[in-house]
Design a binder for this molecule. Structure first.
Ligand code: FES
Length: 119
């Protein structure tokens, strides 16, 4: 069974191969959402970009970004700004399947004033 480590929560969980990252996080009590998104989100349909996580390690062990995820991280400002400087590691948990061990950071902050944004 693949192991997912949530760095921000200091929690590791074993998940079935091919499991949906959002569902497994919620099932194991890992909060993915912040503020009003805890109550108002798209319920895993890949549209609100509020379930975003950074895959810090094991990027090769999660599913590739699909068209729907790619599209919504371009047109949704939350996803668009979160991607800046994290183009490869920023993923939507609801659109990500786990096939091997990985380490993820849940609830990453938007870094609108980061050095890369204004350059
Ligand atoms: S729950 Fe809305 S994009 Fe994942």
């Amino acid at each position: 069974m693949p192991k997912v480590t949530f760095l921000s929560d200091k929690k590791s969980i074993d998940v079935p191969e091919g499991a949906n990252l959002r569902r497994q996080a919620m099932k194991n009590g890992v909060e993915l959402y912040t503020g009003p998104h805890r109550y108002f989100n798209c319920r895993g349909n890949g549209m609100c970009c509020s379930c975003r996580v950074y895959v810090k390690k094991g990027e090769e062990n999660v599913s590739r970004r699909g068209f729907w995820e790619w599209l919504n991280t371009w047109i949704n400002p939350l996803g668009f700004f979160a991607r800046i400087g994290h183009e490869r590691e920023m993923r939507l948990a609801c659109q990500t399947r786990v096939y091997g061990d990985c380490e993820v950071e849940a609830r990453p902050e938007l870094n609108l004033h980061g050095e890369k944004f204004w350059n």
